[in-house]
Design a protein around this ligand. Structure first.
Ligand code: DGY
Length: 333
């Protein structure tokens, strides 16, 4: 017998703490190096981790730029995101290098839509503010005029973007007898759940505006001062998409002067926000969550599993299951 052994492909994983068993599953097939420290790797640490690997599994919050792809070396064939959003990836740089990039559609829309509905209810009915008052001992007596919010049922919901998550929100809104309308670059007339309306009309006529666009050059700052000014003063703005789509300064200013009733954010620019005195975390008419839209055991495990299956497929020579829209499913220039 010769002592030669076939070297298994190498895969880097930017966090070991992933729900489910995807890291141990990958380790049955590949030589896996996972980042185990509690803090995320710095760009230099991630570059060190991925050097010489054929596969890389990352989170949506990791930056995958040309420098990282070059640090990986010429063998890198697939970058699998355990996220739907891919605004942290330089897609052009990856495609230019013949690297497949995948993400996780079809596994998180319902879970994220649940949180969008929760934000709508919490912000519009002022539920966190009433709970805070209760905890402070301020529930003196039942009063007809205390803790008043605005109705969610029967309100008009405007969805900005109409992909998987927005449609899942529309399905839920039907149960609340909401009138649902949306704005999306592709106009379809045959949607039973929601009707397409022009962007400005959506802002002017919706009681709740819920943002569901990816963050791109086109959508950066899409909801700013001028757009908020078009909204009803009784409206609620909710964002479960990406932080940069909403101008947070403009939002705070509108909430403070009563130009907007309320807002709910699961996503912010410059995440994570760790300063307790951050104005965004202390505005009474704003409900904020730490990017938990897809945070259930089952969904996060499903996202990690899909990312792992994409790595396995590509490294086994098969097309990726869920390559980014408009990008190749097989590696190679
Ligand atoms: C996504 O999938 O894009 C979520 O925001 C988690 O990263």
């Amino acid at each position: 017998m010769s002592g030669t052994s076939v070297r298994r492909p190498r895969v880097a994983v930017s966090r070991t703490a992933l729900p489910g068993d995807s890291v141990s599953h990958l380790a049955t097939r590949f030589d896996v190096t996972a980042w185990t420290a509690p803090q995320p790797p710095t760009p230099a640490e991630l570059a060190g981790l991925v050097h010489g690997c054929q596969g890389l599994l990352v989170l949506g919050s990791d930056r995958v730029d040309a420098a990282l792809l070059d640090a990986a070396g010429p063998d890198l064939r697939v970058v699998a995101l355990a996220s739907m959003g891919y605004d942290g990836v330089d897609v052009a740089a990856a495609v230019e290098r013949g690297i497949v990039v995948t993400h996780t559609p079809n596994v998180l829309a319902d879970t994220t839509a649940d949180v969008a509905m929760a934000l709508i209810l919490m912000a519009r009915r002022r539920l966190p503010a009433s709970m805070d008052a209760l905890r402070r001992g301020e529930w003196g007596a039942f009063r007809m005029d205390a803790f008043l919010g605005l109705d969610v049922h029967g309100a008009t919901l405007g969805l900005i973007g109409y992909g998987q998550i927005a449609r899942a929100v529309a399905r839920r809104a039907a149960g609340f007898q909401m009138r649902v309308q949306h704005h999306h670059p592709v106009r379809r007339e045959d949607d039973a759940l929601s009707r397409w309306v022009p962007f400005d009309e959506l802002l002017q006529t919706s009681d709740v505006v819920s943002v569901h666009t990816p963050l791109t050059q086109e959508t950066k700052g899409l909801i700013g001062k001028a757009e908020i000014a078009l909204m009803k003063p009784t409206a609620t703005l909710v964002n479960t998409g990406r932080g940069g789509v909403v101008d947070e300064e403009a939002l705070l200013a509108a909430l403070r002067c009563g130009a907007l009733h309320s807002a709910g954010l699961d996503v912010m620019t410059n995440e994570p926000r760790t300063d307790p005195s951050d104005p965004l975390l202390n505005e009474p008419h704003l409900v904020v969550l730490p990017h938990v839209g897809s945070a259930t055991e089952a969904t996060r495990a499903g996202m990690a599993a899909l990312a792992a299956r994409n790595i396995e497929a590509v490294l086994d020579g098969h097309p990726a299951l869920t390559a980014l829209p408009g990008t190749p499913s097989l590696p190679g220039r």
